[in-house]
Design a protein around this ligand. Structure first.
Ligand code: MN
Length: 236
C-alpha cells in the first residue's frame, strides 16, 4: 500500500471570544491568535473549534470583522462547529460580520452542511451544529465514513452511563454508545473547560478544554501507519 497522507489536526473549543469582562482591558479576541499560533507551531493541516468559539451573540460587528480578518490572515483550513453559546440563530455571530465568507473557514451548518471534505488529506470532518438554545443530540445519526480519516465533532455533555429513557435531566447529552457508533478515528468534543479523554479508551474521544483554563490545545496526528496520536501543544 502506498500509504495515506499523514494529517495533523489541532482541536480546541470553548474559546468564548467576546466574553464581557468589564474589569479587564484584555483583548476579547486574545484566545483566537493564541490557538492559531499553536496550530502553526505544530504545522497543523486543519484547526477544529468544537463549539462556543464565541461567548454570546451580543458582539459588535467591528469585533466580528476583526475575528474574520484574523482567520483570513491565518489562511489555512479552519472548521468551526457552532455550540450552545454560539448557535446558528438568526442573530448569530456567524451570520453578521462576514465570518461565513472567509474562504479558508468552514462553519458546519452554515457555509457547509453536515461535513467538510478534505480530499487532499483523505479526511472528512462531520458534526451537528447547534441551531438554537434548545436541547439536541450532538452525535445522533453518525455519518458513514467516506474517507480514510474521519473526525466527528460534537458539542455537549458526556455521560458514561447507558441511555436511560426515563431520565429527562441534562441537555446536549453524549452517551458512550454514541461515541462508539461513530467509528471515527477521533471524536473532538467541546463544552467542558477541562481537557480530558472520555469513553474508557474504546474510542479516541477527547475534550480539548477551554484554552483559557488549560493553556493548551489538543494535537491529533493521523499517522501513515494508520495509528492515531493525541498530544497537546502549549499556548504562548
Ligand atoms: Mn457549551
Amino acid at each position: 500500500m502506498a500509504g495515506h497522507p499523514e494529517v495533523t489536526i489541532v482541536h480546541s473549543s470553548d474559546l468564548h471570544l467576546g466574553t464581557d469582562d468589564s474589569f479587564s482591558e484584555r483583548d476579547r479576541l486574545a484566545n483566537l491568535p493564541k490557538v492559531l499560533d499553536a496550530a502553526l507551531s505544530v504545522e497543523a493541516n486543519v484547526v477544529l473549534l468544537a463549539g462556543d468559539s464565541f461567548d454570546n451573540h451580543r458582539q459588535p460587528v467591528e469585533l466580528l470583522e476583526r475575528a474574520a480578518q484574523i482567520l483570513r490572515d491565518y489562511a489555512r483550513p479552519v472548521v468551526i462547529l457552532p455550540g450552545n453559546h454560539d448557535p446558528l440563530t438568526p442573530d448569530s455571530v456567524y451570520r453578521r460580520g462576514g465570518l461565513g465568507e472567509v474562504s479558508n473557514v468552514s462553519i458546519l451548518g452554515l457555509n457547509v452542511d453536515k461535513a467538510v471534505l478534505f480530499p487532499e488529506f483523505d479526511l472528512e470532518i462531520w458534526g451537528h451544529a447547534h441551531f438554537d438554545y434548545t436541547d439536541m443530540s450532538p452525535l445522533a445519526n453518525p455519518r458513514p465514513r467516506t474517507t480514510r480519516w474521519q473526525l466527528a465533532a460534537a458539542h455537549g455533555h458526556y455521560v458514561d452511563e447507558a441511555r436511560d429513557p426515563n431520565r429527562m435531566i441534562g441537555s446536549w447529552l453524549i452517551h458512550r454508545e454514541e461515541l462508539l457508533a461513530t467509528s471515527a478515528d477521533y471524536v473532538a468534543l467541546g463544552h467542558w473547560n477541562q481537557s480530558i479523554a472520555v469513553g474508557n479508551g474504546d474510542v479516541n474521544a477527547h475534550y480539548s478544554g477551554s484554552p483559557e483554563y488549560t493553556g493548551t490545545v489538543n494535537v491529533v496526528r493521523f499517522k501513515k501507519d494508520g495509528s492515531v496520536e493525541v498530544g497537546k501543544a502549549q499556548l504562548r
